[in-house]
Design a binder for this molecule. Structure first.
Ligand SMILES: Cc1cc2nc3c(=O)[nH]c(=O)nc-3n(C[C@H](O)[C@H](O)[C@H](O)COP(=O)(O)OP(=O)(O)OC[C@H]3O[C@@H](n4cnc5c(N)ncnc54)[C@H](O)[C@@H]3O)c2cc1C
Length: 456
């Protein structure tokens, strides 16, 4: 049997280990004390909550498929039905259903929401009368869509979604990599609105799948379940420090553990790491891959989780939460009302109301330098304005995700192609993770499985 070392025990690395079950002797090296990376549960006021990713993208199948395969099928659950709300201009305003990353299929549905001014709405609706040559080169989201829909639509409809998913900004993110469905329409040429309406009509003929799904007990349960089902040897608290080619085409990994140095050898290695960590290990082997990986920027974010006593709170919000456009100059970029959104959480703690607020987009590093207590105060103050005076939480906790989200800048797909070409020159080495073909859990799981399948 071949031996494979997977470096990085996030969902990408664990999906790779699972793909190799029964076909190789797999060891997963994870620097932290437990597996999961950005998928992690913690407790607040004695209640288990997700501190990182909270839902599985269900529009693409890979995360739900893997969760089912590792025995979590019965634990999959849907969020409470509730429209995405945008907190802007002093009120929570619903984004019409059927939008694609904030781009509505039918501008008429925006009328009366207050999301756009009358002039902004007219500008958006005029898109269908404006001819469009097929998109031939990547550009920024704003670079293309402000021209089609107007700057106001980018600021108030698209930016909040990009902030929520990528912690990114429309003027920096790649249209092709960050909004692939819109980019695919743009590549065909012609106005986008009629194409989006056709897409929506075709979708309406099929039963609408939930856009996201949760895991009862927390999405943070998912990595542990994958780890167990993989049968791999999991070494936590073990940070890979260097990678060497050894005779016979094998690889040697030197790692540091709490008990000292560890050296291991294997037929193949999978790097399931953030881009900057993969770059470090690849430096002696591929300067090109190292420099391309190092050039991928990362946004830092923080999640502020708060628990309120239902009996003592002055007010509790309805709905599943909201997103905030950066143009409004708020500290918060999003809030998720976990106790409304997830039935399992409400059932596990019916007397407590749990929510999480998030802060930090790319370029907002200064904000994240504030101490935890300042972030908590700012979150409470803004929630007060957004939904009502809730009073003081029973408990609050800030979870920081330093360089947590890779930014897919203009030309990202070509960069990834160059990285993959460079890595292909290193036999027995494969790459996977959020840096490449999608930051969502489903995309990460897919890259993990593909990396494993690519090994000879
Ligand atoms: C706050 C937040 C919320 C999110 N919410 C969602 C969501 O709701 N839905 C969704 O689909 N996606 C969400 N995402 C994105 C998604 O969670 C991540 O992109 C995905 O989990 C990344 O998985 P990964 O395995 O590629 O990387 P990671 O989770 O970063 O795993 C990499 C692992 O490698 C380890 N490591 C690093 N260096 C070494 C080393 N030298 N040796 C050994 N181990 C090392 C790290 O400790 C880490 O565990 C969210 C991300 C963040 C930050």
């Amino acid at each position: 049997m071949r031996s494979v070392i997977v470096i990085g025990g996030g969902i990408s690395g664990l999906a790779a280990a699972w793909e190799l079950r029964g076909r190789a002797e797999v060891t997963v090296l994870e620097s932290q004390g437990k597996v999961g990376g950005k998928l992690r549960t913690g407790t607040i006021a004695g209640i288990t909550v997700d501190e990182g990713a909270e839902s599985l993208m269900a529009l693409r199948p890979e995360a739900v498929e893997l969760a089912t395969a590792v025995g979590l099928g019965d634990a999959l659950c849907d969020p409470a039905p509730s429209p995405t709300a945008i907190w802007t201009d002093g009120a929570l305003r619903p984004l019409p259903a059927g939008h694609v990353m904030g781009v509505p299929a039918d501008p008429a549905e925006l009328a009366g929401t207050g999301l756009l001014s009358p002039a902004g709405l007219a500008r958006l609706a005029a898109e269908e009368a404006r001819a469009a040559q097929p998109l031939t080169e990547d550009c920024s989201v704003a670079g293309y869509l402000a021209g089609r829909f107007g700057q106001e639509a980018v600021d108030r409809l698209i930016e909040p979604l990009l902030g929520g998913v990528y912690a990114g900004r429309a003027d920096r993110l790649s249209l092709r990599a960050a909004m692939p469905r819109i980019a695919a329409l743009a590549e065909q040429g012609g106005p986008l609105l009629p194409a989006l309406r056709r897409m929506k009509a075709e979708g309406a003929a099929r039963p609408a799948p939930a856009a996201v799904r949760g895991v009862s007990g927390g999405t943070g349960r998912f990595p542990q379940a994958v780890a167990e089902a993989s049968g791999a040897r999991i070494l936590t608290g073990t940070a890979a420090r260097s990678l060497e080619r050894i005779p016979g085409g094998r690889w040697r990994v030197r790692a540091m553990t709490g008990d000292g140095a560890l050296t291991m050898e294997a037929d193949a290695v999978i790097l399931a790491l953030p881009a900057f960590a993969a770059a470090e290990l690849l430096r002696p082997h591929s300067p090109l891959a190292e420099s391309e990986l190092s050039a991928i920027p990362h946004a830092s974010t923080a999640v502020i989780t708060m628990a309120f006593s239902r009996a003592r709170a002055r007010f509790l919000p309805e709905g599943n939460g909201f997103l905030v456009p950066p143009v409004d100059g708020r500290v918060l970029k999003a809030a998720s009302f976990l106790s409304n959104k997830w039935g399992w959480l409400h059932a596990s703690a019916p007397d407590t109301f749990v929510l999480r607020a998030s802060v930090g987009r790319i370029g907002e590093e200064e904000l994240l330098r504030r101490p935890d207590r300042h972030l908590v105060r700012a979150a409470i103050a803004e929630l007060h304005h957004a939904v009502g005076p809730m009073g003081e939480p029973l408990a609050a906790r800030v979870t920081r995700w330093d360089r947590g989200l890779p930014q897919y800048g203009v030309g990202h797909r070509e960069r990834v192609r160059r990285i993959r070409e460079a890595a292909a020159k290193l036999p027995g080495l494969a790459l996977c993770g959020a840096a490449y073909e999608g930051v969502g859990i489903a995309a990460c799981a897919a890259t993990g499985r593909a990396a494993a399948a690519s090994l000879p």
